[in-house]
Design a protein around this ligand. Structure first.
Ligand code: PLP
Length: 376
């Protein structure tokens, strides 16, 4: 072999029975075959891989890991929470079909279904899922899917999953639940009869604010259809991001335990503060907290910008779920595109602040918020 050829065909270590403790990153766009028999073997399902847009060991590991935690049959990873939602929705509906969705869905999800999918001829009706009668009244002959979130944003309403499953059974509909805020640590919608469960793995599944990723889990037949959507739409996740997300999962229990416990302590402390008008937290669920998001509404007399400035190491960031505590201002970010009436109806006011509680010491978290209130 000449030098020019040698640099292109290194000696591969694959066959040396290397037992790495952690799955290596398969940073490769495609996989090789020695002959047509091996290639045929791939199509017969011998466990080999073909092309990373279709599947890759790292993205498979992530999909399977979350499926295992949600106790679902199968799972797939994709490039973002939104693309996982898109794959799940398109596995169920096509042009001419109808979706009934919650009116308090995450903003990006709302734009996806009521904007993009509506443009493609999918009908959507949004209703408050807090009222099962309204959900039932919205069901039409062409309805195929009921879509809601297990804990909503930013008001932290805990969905009555059993009621949603009951309606779906009655009308023969498929159900999709976004379990991003709750995580399988607090809630496993698939075990309650939900068909498809979706995660923005950008949030708690990854947990470190360093990846954008999505995961969809559910029954095997639907996941197979959704996997074809991810491959055909090209919304696959990169191997490196799948690998990072799998690393994050290893501490999911530790993080959720600590973050939820800190969140409950903060919510309790702020509940009795004179400058806090209202604290939204699912107090009645879970002994040591139920999720790690706390939303507060400040009194009108509080200077909201001074409050944010007073938070020092707690930064404003338009995300949630990382190990560091951060805050968001829904009115001027996630919910800014909504009409004024919709903002008012959902309770999105100037004084509303969503806190994503991290793993810092609970006392430090409580102190920084009470100090900032003192200065505002
Ligand atoms: C962030 C988020 C999404 C969208 O996920 P991306 O990873 O940003 O695409 C969907 N649903 C919920 C509840 C979210 O918080």
């Amino acid at each position: 072999m000449k030098f020019e050829t040698k640099i292109l065909h290194p000696i591969k270590k694959q066959n040396r029975n290397i037992k790495s403790k952690i799955t290596p990153i398969y940073q490769t766009s495609a996989f090789t075959f020695n002959d047509l028999d091996e290639l045929e073997g791939y199509y017969q399902g011998n466990g080999n891989y073909l092309y990373s847009r279709v599947s890759n060991p790292n993205t498979d590991e992530l999909g399977e890991a979350v499926a295992r935690l949600e106790e679902a049959q199968a799972g797939i990873a994709s490039s973002s929470g939104l693309s996982a939602i898109l794959a799940g929705v398109l596995a169920v509906v096509k042009n001419g079909d109808h979706i009934v969705a919650a009116d308090d869905l995450y903003g990006g999800s709302f734009h996806l279904i009521s904007g993009e999918l509506a443009d493609l001829g999918v009908e959507v009706t949004v209703v408050p899922f807090s009222d099962v009668k309204k959900v039932e009244a919205a069901i039409q002959d062409n309805t195929k899917l009921l879509y809601t979130e297990s804990i909503t944003n930013p008001m932290l309403r805990v969905e009555d999953i059993d009621a949603v499953v009951g309606l779906a059974k009655k009308y023969g509909l498929t159900t999709l639940v976004d379990n991003t805020f709750a995580t399988p640590y607090h809630c496993k919608p698939y075990t309650k009869g939900i068909d498809l469960v979706v995660h923005s793995a950008t949030k708690y599944i990854g947990g470190h604010s360093d990846v954008t990723a999505g995961v969809l889990v559910g029954n095997a037949a639907l996941i197979e259809k959704a996997a074809a959507k991810v491959a055909n739409l090209g919304t696959n996740l990169s191997p490196f991001e799948a690998w990072l997300t799998c690393r994050g999962i290893k501490t999911l229990a530790l993080r959720m335990k600590e973050q939820s416990s800190n969140a409950k302590k903060l919510a309790e402390a702020l509940r009795s503060h004179s400058l806090v008008k209202h604290v939204y937290y699912p107090f009645e669920h879970g002994e040591n907290g139920f999720g790690a998001i706390v939303t507060i509404e400040l009194q009108e007399t509080v200077d909201i910008n001074e409050f944010f400035r007073g938070l020092s190491w707690v930064k404003i960031a338009p995300t949630l779920a990382g190990v560091q505590t951060i805050v968001t201002h829904p009115l001027t970010t996630s919910h800014r595109a909504l009409p004024k009436e919709a903002q008012e109806e959902l309770g999105i006011t100037m004084g509303l602040v969503r806190i994503s509680v991290g793993i810092e010491a609970a006392d430090d978290i409580i102190n920084i918020f009470t100090q900032a209130l003192g200065k505002a």
